[in-house]
Design a protein around this ligand. Structure first.
Ligand code: HEC
Ligand code: HEC
Length: 309
């Protein structure tokens, strides 16, 4: 007994120390897991996807509507009386990046300043008022230019012919043809509806890993396609799912998210020909190589397609 009594204090000293070490390790592990989760689920963005959010937040859509077919009312003073007319959609005229920036920064272009005073609802001067930074204005312009491409490649071309393409033809395409046909087929197939204009980051998606459908650019794309591997991209298009997400340590976790997300990706295997799928694979790789497309890049892609129609 005496012996026991002597030892007890010694043991008591030891136990809390072990618990302390254990708690320390557990806390460290929790912090690491938290950091990893934060890093993995950190949303990715591009000028176009940021611009789309800003356009809603800034009220562009509230005043201008979602498209050229979505008119919003305004009054205009004419000869002492007010007449009702719709606000010109953002995409009615083909605006250049420069003119978009002028409108968003100053609320109106110099040329229209006087007639603009006649409107009951006037366009805010987002830059001059300090509501949007220069970089944010460029993002809104990138988004407006990307959406504007529907004007010449999109609204009415769902029935527009695609040439018959064999797999071997695709490698022979010049860049301008690759962009024009790849973009057209993406629109006809509905890819941008889910993945964002020009694949620059897509729609929200309940219960998906990141909460949105990833684009064809950046780290999201690289992760889901085994680092832009052509076979993986083709697999996604043919079966609406990837191989990479179902392997590795995180495979089962990725699969769970994949299966529970609200909007799944459709399988195009029986919808598109082998040549068309090859066109999309090469086009997606091209988009990805450009990195997130900024205002200047979108404008130049738009010009390339316009000239090549
Ligand atoms: C309070 C309403 C309002 C808001 C908000 C607004 N605008 Fe406007 N905007 C106007 C009006 C009014 C005009 C003049 C259009 C007309 O001639 O009918 C205009 C004109 C324009 C034009 C020139 C259209 C043309 O071709 O004549 C562009 C481009 C434009 N706005 C973009 C934007 C963008 C981008 C945003 C968001 C950052 C925005 N607007 C927010 C009211 C608004
Ligand atoms: C109904 C919406 C929808 C449509 C239409 C759609 N996808 Fe997807 N796509 C998804 C979803 C959802 C994912 C899975 C994302 C995930 O698991 O995190 C995905 C993933 C992908 C991926 C994996 C890499 C990445 O970052 O996107 C590729 C490649 C892809 N789609 C290409 C296409 C192409 C090309 C088309 C048109 C032929 C298309 N998708 C049409 C919803 C769609």
């Amino acid at each position: 007994m005496g012996h026991d009594l002597c030892r007890r204090p010694h043991q008591r000293m030891k136990l809390p120390k072990r618990i302390g070490v254990f708690i320390g390790i557990a806390a460290g592990f929790a912090v690491l897991c938290g950091a990893f989760y934060w890093y993995e689920t950190k949303p990715e963005s591009s000028p176009v996807s940021r611009g789309a959010k800003l356009a809603h937040a800034a009220g562009c859509i509230a005043c201008h509507g979602n498209s050229i077919d979505d008119p919003r009312a305004n009054f205009r003073l004419r000869d002492e009386s007010w007449s009702n007319e719709s606000i010109a959609p953002i995409w009615e005229e083909e605006h250049s990046a420069k003119s978009l920036i002028t409108w968003i920064t100053h609320g109106v272009s110099e040329r229209k300043r006087e007639s603009h005073q006649q409107y009951l609802l006037q366009m805010p001067a987002y830059g001059d008022d300090g509501h949007l930074t220069v970089a944010e204005i460029e993002d809104v312009a990138a988004w407006a230019l990307a959406v504007g491409m529907k004007g010449f490649q999109g609204y009415d071309n769902i029935d527009e012919d695609m040439p018959e393409l064999e797999v071997a033809d695709i490698a022979e395409l010049e860049t301008a043809e690759l962009i024009t046909l790849g973009d057209r087929l993406s629109r006809k197939s509905g890819c941008y509806q889910c993945h964002g204009e020009l694949g620059q980051g897509g729609a929200e998606n309940f219960a998906s890993f990141k909460g949105y459908i990833p684009g064809f650019q950046g780290a999201d794309f690289a992760k889901l396609t085994d680092n832009t591997n052509a076979g993986e991209i083709r697999h996604w298009i043919e079966y609406g799912r990837g191989v990479a997400i179902e392997s590795g340590i995180l495979g089962s976790m990725a699969k769970k998210y994949f299966e529970e997300q609200a909007i799944p990706m459709p399988a195009y295997e029986e919808i598109l020909s082998d040549g068309e799928i090859e066109l999309l694979v090469v086009y997606l790789k091209w988009i990805n190589d450009q990195g997130p497309l900024d205002m200047a890049a979108i404008e130049s892609i738009g010009e390339t397609i316009y000239d090549n129609l």
